[in-house]
Design a protein around this ligand. Sequence first.
Ligand SMILES: *[C@@H]1O[C@H](CO)[C@@H](O)[C@H](O)[C@H]1NC(C)=O
Ligand SMILES: *[C@@H]1O[C@H](CO)[C@@H](O)[C@H](O)[C@H]1NC(C)=O
Ligand SMILES: *[C@@H]1O[C@H](CO)[C@@H](O)[C@H](O)[C@H]1NC(C)=O
Ligand SMILES: *[C@@H]1O[C@H](CO)[C@@H](O)[C@H](O)[C@H]1NC(C)=O
Ligand SMILES: *[C@@H]1O[C@H](CO)[C@@H](O)[C@H](O)[C@H]1NC(C)=O
Ligand SMILES: *[C@@H]1O[C@H](CO)[C@@H](O)[C@H](O)[C@H]1NC(C)=O
Ligand SMILES: *[C@@H]1O[C@H](CO)[C@@H](O)[C@H](O)[C@H]1NC(C)=O
Ligand SMILES: *[C@@H]1O[C@H](CO)[C@@H](O)[C@H](O)[C@H]1NC(C)=O
Ligand SMILES: *[C@@H]1O[C@H](CO)[C@@H](O)[C@H](O)[C@H]1NC(C)=O
Length: 885
Amino acid sequence: MPSLHLALILLSGTVMALQNPGAQVSIAGWHLQSTHAAAGDLAAWSLPHANVSKWYRISGPATVLGGLLENNAHNETDLFYSDHLAGLNKSDFGVPWLYREEFSLSPFLADQHLLLQTHGISSKADIFFNGIQIASSDIQKGSYAGHTYELTPHVLVGQNALLIKAYPTSYRDDFALGWVDWNPHPPDSGTGVWRNVELKLTGPVSISSPRVTTNFTSDQSASPVKVTVKTDVQNYGDSPVDVTLRGSIHSPDSAKTIDFSQLVHLPARSNSTVSLNATINNPQIWWPATWGAQPLYNVSLDASLPSGAVSDVAPLTNFGIRHVVSALNSHNDVAFTVNGHPFHVRGAGYAPDIFLRFDIKRLENIFQYVLDLGLNTVRLEGKQEHPELYDLADRMGLMLIAGWECCDKWEAWAYNDDSPGTLWQNQDYAIAHASMLHEAEMMQPHPSLLAFLVGSDYWPDERATDLYLSALRSMDWPNPIIASASMRGHPSQLPPSGMKMDGPYDWVPPNYWYGDSLGAAFGFGSEQGAGVGTPELSSLRKFLSDADLKSLWSSPNAGQYHLAPANGVFHTRKIFNNALAKRYGPAKSLEEYVFKAQVMDYEATRAEFEAFAARQNASRPATGVVYWMLNSAWPSLHWQLFDYYLQTAGAFFGAKAGARQEHVAFDYESRSVYLINHSLKTSGTRHITVDLITSNGTQLLLREVTTETTPLSSKEVIQIPEIATLLTTKTIGFLRLTLSDTSPKPLSRNVYWITAQNDVLDWDNSEWYATPVTTFADFTALSALKPATVVASAAASTDDAARVSGLTSVEVTLENQSDVPAFFIRLAIVDSKTREEIAPVFWSDNYVTLFPRERLRLVVRVREGSQWVVTTRVGGGKEQDVKSK
Ligand SMILES: *[C@@H]1O[C@H](CO)[C@@H](O)[C@H](O)[C@H]1NC(C)=O
Ligand SMILES: *[C@@H]1O[C@H](CO)[C@@H](O)[C@H](O)[C@H]1NC(C)=O
Ligand SMILES: *[C@@H]1O[C@H](CO)[C@@H](O)[C@H](O)[C@H]1NC(C)=O
Ligand SMILES: *[C@@H]1O[C@H](CO)[C@@H](O)[C@H](O)[C@H]1NC(C)=O
Ligand SMILES: *[C@@H]1O[C@H](CO)[C@@H](O)[C@H](O)[C@H]1NC(C)=O
Ligand SMILES: *[C@@H]1O[C@H](CO)[C@@H](O)[C@H](O)[C@H]1NC(C)=O
Ligand SMILES: *[C@@H]1O[C@H](CO)[C@@H](O)[C@H](O)[C@H]1NC(C)=O
Ligand SMILES: *[C@@H]1O[C@H](CO)[C@@H](O)[C@H](O)[C@H]1NC(C)=O
Ligand SMILES: *[C@@H]1O[C@H](CO)[C@@H](O)[C@H](O)[C@H]1NC(C)=O
C-alpha cells in the first residue's frame, strides 16, 4: 500500500498535519448555533458543505454564553453591570446548541485509526460525524467524562464534518460545574463544549498518556530514585502483534536522558498495561515555591511495530520528584507532609470565570497573586479547569487540592439532606466513574497535586467510593485521597477526612480565630473565612449602578445581586454591615463605607492566617486553612482576596501580612505575641520589638526580646497583659510589632489597632455560617484621629530581579511628619493617561499604619511599559498624587 497520509486542514487556513501515527490535534474552532435557529435534520447539518454562514464562530472550546460573548452577541461590561445578567432570556438556553466543524482529510493506511477524544461536554451530547451518529448522550454525559470514539470507518476523503449537539445542563440532574451559592448562576448553566475535542491518528497499537510514579519519600535520603512509567496499550488490530515501547526521561535543564524500552506481546483486539522502570541517580527534588525550586523531568514514549514503523506516540509528559502524604494526627485532624516535612496548608478556594472562559495569562496573574500573598495551596472544588492549569501550578510551585463539588447532583445521596440534586441512579455511577478516570489521568503526573477530595460537604456512598477508588488506583494516583472536606461522615473504605467545615463564611471578629471551637485555629479548615473581600471604589464603580452603590452603604440589610443568589443567607451584607456600624460607626457616605469596609476586611483576613500560623505546632496543631475564597467568578462584593478586575484591597493585604514566611503576630485573646516561621531551613537569632501607643501618639509600652527561631514552628515570645489596663475604655491603642535579624531591614512589621475590650462572641448561638457578637469592640474614636501629615515620594527603582521578570519596579517612601499615628494609608498605582488603576499589581505592603515620625519604604511592581502615577490616601481622606523623583 502506498504511504499515504492524513492531513487535517482547519478552516482558518492553517494546515495541521496528522501525518504520522501518534499525531494529535485539537479542534481549533467551532461554528455555534442554537437548535432554535438551526432547524432541520441534524444528520444533514453533520454532512460536509452545510451552509453555516448564519452561525457564530468561536476560536476554541467555550460554553454557549462564552461563545456568544466572543461573538459580541452580548457585551461583558454590560452583562456584569448591576443586575443585567438577570435580564438574559433564559429560554434561549433551554434548547440544545450545536457545535460544528469541517476539516479535510486525505486517505490513510488500512491499519491506521482516526480517533475522536472528548474531555467532558456540559452536560451531555450527541456526536455526529459525516451524517452518522457516533455517540449518544447516554454515553457522552457529564462535564468531566472524557471518551474516545473511532471515526475510521466514516472518514471521507476530502471534507469531513463533525457536529456536537450539547444538551442544556441541569445542576440538579447532571454532573456539571455548578455554582451553588457562589454567585448568580449563568443562564446557560455552563452548557457546551467547554473543553478541547481532539483528533488522533494511531497505528494498530495505541498507547495512553504515561503515568509516572517514583519510590521517592523524603529528601533525607540521598539514594537513587526508581521511576515507574505506566501506559495502557491497546491493539485495535485483528492479529496479534509484538510492539516495542521505547521511552526516555529528560533531566531538567540538561541534555541528559535515561532511555528504556520493553517488548510487549499483544493478542488481537486486546488491552494491556505496561510498566517501564528507570533509575535516576542524583534526583533533583521538586518543592512547593516557598521551600525550593521546581525542577521538572519529562518523559517521552512511543510504540513501534516489528516493521520498525511507529504506531503511536504518547504526549510528552512532565513530572516532578516529590512525595506527598496525609495522615490523621492524634486529634483526628489531617496533616500533610511534602518530601517528609510537615506542610502547613495556607490556601484559598479558586473560582473559574462564570462563563468558564479560560485565559492562561489571567490564571498566571491569579497564581502570581497566590504566591505574592505567601499562600502555598489552591483548592479546586469541582472546577478542575484544563491541563494547562496543572502545568502552571507545577512550574510555579503551587499545591492543588482538587476534588468534586458539593451539593447539586454530585452529592445527591439519600443521607445528604442538604442537596437538592436528584438521587443517583445506576447510570450515574458509570458517569461518576468515567469522570474520575478522566480527571485522575489528567492530573496523575503533576507534582502540584496535594490531594483529591472525592466529596466536599458530604462523603460518597459505598458504591461511588468503590468506583472512585478503583479509578484512582487504575490511574496510579500517587497522592492522598480524602473522603470529603468535612467531618460529617465517611465511607468504610476511607478514614475520616480530618477536615472541618464548621464555618464561618460570614463576618466574625478577629479574636474569633483565637477561640477553641468551630472554625477557630486548630485542625484543618477546608473552607472558611469572615466572608470579606470588598473591592475598592474604583472597581465598585465598574459594576454597580448609582442605585446599587447607594444601597451598598445606606441600606445595610439590602440584598445585593453581586453576592450569593437571593435564596440564601449570603445575599446581604447584614452581619458585616451591622458590625461595621457598631465597631467603626455608621458610614455617612459611600467613600466612608468603603474605607471602613477595607479596615474590617484587613483585620479579618490577617487574624485568620495569623492564628492558624501561630498555632501550627500548638498542642492541638492548626494543620492548615483554606480561605473562602481566593477569587470570584465575576465582579463580586465578597468571598475574595482580590477582585475580578485583579485589584487588591484590604482583604489582600491583611492576608499577605498574616501569611508571611517569618512573622510576628498578636493574639487578641491571650494578649501575647507569637514568632512564626514557615520556612524549611531558616533559623537563628531574632529581635522582636513591641511598641504600644495611644491614638494621640503617647507611648504606653516598649518591650524588646531576643530569641531563636526554628523552621516550621511558632512560639509565644512576649505577653502584654497590661493592654487591658493601659488603655482606658474609650481609647484606641496602636500596637506595632517588628521582627528583624541582623540586617537593618525588618523581616516583618505589623500594626494593630486595639481596644481594651475585645468583641464578645456568643459561641453557643453560632450558626453554620457565623458566630454572633454580643458586645462589639469600640473603634469609633478612630474617626476622631488627629490628621497626620504624611510626605510621600515615588521613584522608579533599578530592581534587577524585577527587570528580569519583565516588571517595572517603583519605590515609594512614606514619612509621617506628625506626632500622631497615620492610620491605614492606601497606595495605588494608576496609568498616568487613563487614571485607571494598573492590574495586576504587586505591592510589598499596603494599607499601612505609620507611627509618629516613622519612615517606611515600600516597593510596587507592575508590568513594564506602564506610564504610572502613584497615589496615596491617608485613612478615609482624599486621594493624592505622589511626587515622583
Ligand atoms: C449560505 O446562506 C446565505 C444566507 O442564508 C446565502 O447568502 C449564501 O449564498 C449561502 N451560501 C451558499 C454557498 O449557498
Ligand atoms: C461594551 O459596553 C461598554 C460600555 O457600554 C463599551 O464601553 C464597550 O466598548 C463595549 N464593548 C464592546 C466589545 O462592544
Ligand atoms: C425569549 O426567547 C424565546 C425564544 O428563544 C422567545 O420566544 C421569547 O419571546 C423571548 N422572551 C423575551 C422576553 O424576549
Ligand atoms: C528506590 O529505588 C532505588 C532503585 O531501586 C533504590 O536504590 C532506593 O533505595 C529506593 N528508595 C527507597 C526510599 O526505597
Ligand atoms: C523536556 O526536558 C528537557 C530537559 O529539561 C528540555 O530541554 C525540553 O525542553 C523539555 N521538553 C519540553 C517539551 O518541555
Ligand atoms: C480496551 O480498552 C478500551 C478503552 O478503555 C475499551 O473500550 C475496550 O473495550 C477494551 N478492549 C478489551 C478487549 O478489553
Ligand atoms: C517495574 O517496576 C514495577 C513496580 O516495581 C514492577 O512490577 C515491574 O515488574 C517492573 N518492570 C520491569 C520491566 O522491570
Ligand atoms: C512549637 O515549636 C517551638 C519551636 O521549636 C517550641 O518552642 C514550642 O514550644 C512548640 N509549641 C508547642 C506547643 O509545643
Ligand atoms: C494622650 O492620651 C493619653 C492617654 O489617653 C493621655 O493621658 C494624654 O493626656 C494625651 N495627651 C495629649 C497631648 O492629648
